[in-house]
Write a protein that binds this ligand. Structure first.
Ligand SMILES: Nc1ncnc2c1ncn2[C@@H]1O[C@H](COP(=O)(O)OP(=O)(O)OP(=O)(O)O)[C@@H](O)[C@H]1O
Ligand SMILES: [Mg+2]
Length: 400
């Protein structure tokens, strides 16, 4: 029995680094996500659009709209992976990735387009009269030497930020080209702003296809729990088959434990997107060590407490612990003492409620100070045996 146990332990010790590597990679935002949970119709829509552009040379434009972390980037990536699984399509498709946070004006954007299309030398020192002329020259340059022009995909991440560029020149030109048949281009904008269309100028709006793909998590709790299990399960290709089966069985059982279900339910109701689920799982996965080689439901509880922690309350708690330690001069008073002193200040009419006498709870009532800083300073100067802390507080406040 003892011998068997030690063999299992040995296997665990050897497998654990590999388990962590797989799970951490899956949880990291950088991981190439092949598995898309939910979002079937949105995926089909985008795939159809991309296929028509790549194989039939159809130009198009679309906006993918959804809250942060809802999977916009991941969805587009997964669609592109599928489109590019065809070798010819992969070689044929040109892609330009722009991001509103990086290309903050259209001049920078144009430079980036030139760079990504590797046309710096072609452009050289040529000077054009307008943005449109430069862009047209670049796209024309791609055609030369080949009769059929290559499809170009423009991905505009943080799309709404491009709407703040002067005259929305880039957007206007891209949408304009996508409507004229010269070069097959697809313009895909990703944004978390629901009202993005309202940001577009009339002439830009009229050239946009008005295709909008809305992304929102429609997972039920049961599906959400399945995603939880899938994210934490080891792949069938894991080298130690027995270990993999045991691990996956354990994860499945964990997902049924009351404590885990409670924690997951809370998370699901506050934010059911998968990015949030992944960051919630990161701590339990990172806590795996040879001495703690299985995930436990308490790990999930701890992680949820971290995520929902009120940072201000936590800081005040730390501060309270600090001032209660002996050996320094900071004074700490009980709450009733402080409140009584505060009422005293009110009775002296140094403070008065700022809410016009509404009967709100006294701890949360907005107050107006009826004396100014110089008056406080003067009073403290005259006050005999004034505690050093108060004097120090006064000088700091005055200097601040
Ligand atoms: N439906 C989903 N299926 C699988 N993974 C998902 C899904 N939704 C989100 N994710 C995961 O959540 C993470 C965030 O997704 P992504 O980066 O695509 O969000 P986003 O909508 O582009 O967010 P942002 O607005 O911040 O750019 C990724 O790790 C992704 O794998
Ligand atoms: Mg994104």
């Amino acid at each position: 029995m003892l011998r068997r146990k030690s063999i299992v332990k040995l296997a665990e010790d050897e497998c654990l680094p590999e388990v962590q590597r797989i799970l951490r990679e899956r949880l990291s935002q950088k991981s190439v996500q092949t598995q898309v949970y939910g979002l079937d119709s949105q995926r089909r829509h985008l795939l159809d659009l991309m296929r028509r552009c790549v194989s039939m040379g159809e130009s198009n434009s679309a906006l993918v709209i959804g809250p942060r972390g809802s999977g916009k980037t991941m969805l587009l990536q997964s669609v592109l992976d599928e489109v590019k699984s065809d070798k010819i399509a992969k070689e044929n498709l040109l892609q330009v990735n722009l991001n509103g946070l990086l290309q903050t004006d259209d001049r920078i954007a144009l430079k980036e387009i030139t760079r990504q299309l590797q046309l710096e030398n072609t452009l050289g020192d040529k000077v054009f009269g307008s943005f449109a002329a430069t862009l047209a020259f670049l796209l024309e340059a791609l055609k030369s030497g080949d009769k059929t022009s290559q499809p170009i995909l423009f991905v505009l991440d943080e799309f709404d930020l491009f709407a703040h560029h002067k005259n929305q020149t880039l957007l206007y030109n891209l949408f304009d080209i996508s409507q004229s048949a010269q070069t097959p281009i697809a313009v895909i904008g990703l944004t978390c702003r629901l009202d993005v269309i309202e940001l577009l100028e009339k002439r830009v709006k009229s050239r946009f296809s008005h295709r909008q793909i809305h992304i929102f998590s429609s997972l039920t709790f049961e599906e959400y729990k399945e995603v939880f299990v899938e994210i934490l399960s080891l792949p069938k290709t894991f080298p130690e088959r027995k270990f993999m089966q045991q691990w996956n069985q354990h994860v499945k059982e964990l997902s049924e434990e009351t404590m885990t279900v409670d924690v997951l339910q809370r998370l699901y109701h506050s934010d059911k997107n998968i990015r949030a689920l992944k960051s919630f799982l990161l701590l339990p996965v990172c806590k795996l060590t040879p001495d703690h080689c299985q995930l436990e439901s308490t790990d999930f509880l701890e992680s949820s407490q971290y995520l929902t922690m009120d940072s201000k309350a936590a800081m005040l708690h730390e501060y309270q612990k600090f001032v209660q330690r002996k050996g320094h001069s900071i004074q700490c008073y009980e709450k009733p003492v402080v409140l009584k002193a505060f009422e005293h200040l009110q009775a002296l009419e140094l403070l008065k409620p700022a809410d016009g006498g509404q009967r709100s709870q006294k701890e949360y009532r907005p107050m107006t100070l009826l004396v100014d800083a110089t008056q406080i300073n003067d009073a403290l100067q005259k006050y005999p045996n004034c505690p050093t802390e108060v004097k120090q507080w006064n000088t700091q406040e005055v200097h601040a």
